[in-house]
Design a protein around this ligand. Structure first.
Ligand code: ADP
Length: 416
């Protein structure tokens, strides 16, 4: 495991960052790059930041290290320029990447198709395979590939690892991953359910087992990843057996700006009768729907304020969101038969006590309840929020996708 040669001038024989070095985790979007330098052992983020509005004249760069935030605004032409700007900030304000002993770069890749069930050490073939999956994720995979390519150019002497959002769900049984669509059409075009947020669902379900001191193989879990995007999963003994997202991240729960489940005939109707183009419908379903479409607001903090002020649309949006969530909890109870843990995670799941309480209200007969005092407020640590008497534990378990990616990268390049 070598540090990045040529990055930073100081000798790196005795790293202040620990014996295991660090992992640079990169999440490259179509017009943004987010990054975190992670200590894969201790778990802390040594530095983090983002570049937004790549390709525009007012691109924004933010880098945070040791509690100090550095911000820049100005044109950043493309992903290469973005990553060069990030590396320049590491040089300028720290931490020195040589001293940090970067042992790997971990890349978040959205769609691994049916090809990737595990993280992959990046080489030209892997990049090509990710490109080939792009028709299934036309916004995400090309951006992920761009991020990988520029990072490999700028940090050529360190292993790059691709970690796929879909990989954890490659274990879904056929009955769960198959749409009841004409078989030939489905097979020809890769139309099946893949699932997303897998890194988070895997991390949270594993964390639950460690926190409780119980074997993962003994636990049946429902994981509710409720962020701006949202998904639920059923995990039996550490193996994913169901999830709410499908061929794309559009299926399933109501989300910040996405519809989640909708009758597919609505799309045909809008095309035929409202004269909407495919691109317009795509935009409608993914970016102008969900809580935002129903209430004009996709942030739960703002939505609650609207509800308190008597806004009917906001109240309805909350009710629709909760109704869908409860339907999935009920469905996954049936899928699993016995549920030991329901774990809430991500921005909404970790912070919003009202959502957690409403999701579990009235389920005492199914062995599920939330204790109001335990549920109160945001949770920064894994917390049990159910009362002592229920057979099912309800928990809040903060997710950490960057750490999960960093650890998977290290496990791949230097297996114990
Ligand atoms: P993503 O990674 O999908 O962008 P996050 O997991 O960061 O999303 O979640 C973002 C969402 O979390 C926000 O849109 C907001 O609805 C919700 N959220 C964040 N903080 C709070 C809070 N303190 N109370 C309620 N909801 C919150």
């Amino acid at each position: 495991m070598n540090p990045v040669p040529g990055v930073g001038d100081r000798p790196s024989t005795h790293s202040a960052f620990g014996a295991h070095g660090s992992v640079l985790v990169i999440n490259s979007g179509s017009s943004s790059v987010k990054y975190q330098l992670v200590n894969p052992v201790g778990g802390e983020a040594i530095a983090s930041g983002l570049v937004e509005r790549i390709g525009e004249s007012d691109s924004y760069v933010r880098h945070t290290f040791a509690g100090n935030r550095t911000e820049r605004t100005g044109p950043v032409a493309d992903h290469g320029a973005a990553l060069r700007a990030v590396l320049a900030l590491f040089d300028e304000v720290g931490p020195d990447l040589g001293e940090a002993q970067v042992v790997a770069v971990g890349h978040r890749v959205v769609h691994g198709g049916a090809v990737f069930a595990e993280p992959a050490l990046v080489d030209d073939d892997v990049v090509h395979a990710i490109e080939e999956i792009s028709p299934l994720a036309p916004l995400h995979n090309p951006a992920n590939v761009r991020g990988i390519q520029v990072a490999r150019e700028l940090l050529p002497d360190v292993p790059h690892v691709a970690v796929f959002d879909t990989a954890f769900f490659q274990t879904l049984p056929d009955a769960a991953s198959t749409y009841a669509l004409d078989r030939e059409v489905a097979e020809k075009h890769g139309v099946r359910r893949y699932g997303f947020h897998g890194t988070s669902h895997q991390y949270v379900s594993g964390k639950v087992s460690r926190v409780l001191g119980r074997r993962l193989s003994d636990l049946n879990q429902i994981v509710l990843h409720l962020g701006n995007g949202a998904s639920a999963s059923a995990v039996r003994g550490g193996v994913a057996v169901e999830t709410s997202m499908g061929m794309t991240p559009l299926e399933g729960l109501v989300m910040g700006t996405r519809t989640g489940d909708i009758d597919p005939a609505v799309i045909v109707h809008l095309h035929r009768n409202a004269g909407m183009s495919v691109d317009q419908i795509d935009d409608l379903l993914n970016r102008r729907s969900g809580l935002k479409g129903l209430a004009g607001q996709n942030d739960f903090r703002e939505l609650h304020k609207l509800v308190e002020a008597g806004d009917e649309a906001a109240k309805k949006a909350f009710d629709v969101y909760i109704h869908r969530l409860r339907k999935y909890i009920g469905a996954y109870l049936a899928v699993l038969g016995r549920v030991d843990v329901i774990a809430f995670t991500a921005g909404v799941g970790e912070n919003d006590a009202l959502v957690r309480a409403a999701a579990c209200a009235g389920l005492e007969g199914l062995g599920i309840a939330v204790d109001p005092a335990r549920n109160e407020g945001s949770k920064k640590e894994p917390t049990i929020i159910s009362p002592d008497w229920t057979p099912t534990l309800v928990m809040v378990v903060p997710t950490n996708e960057e750490l999960a990616i960093a650890r998977q990268a290290v496990a791949l390049i230097a297996p114990e």
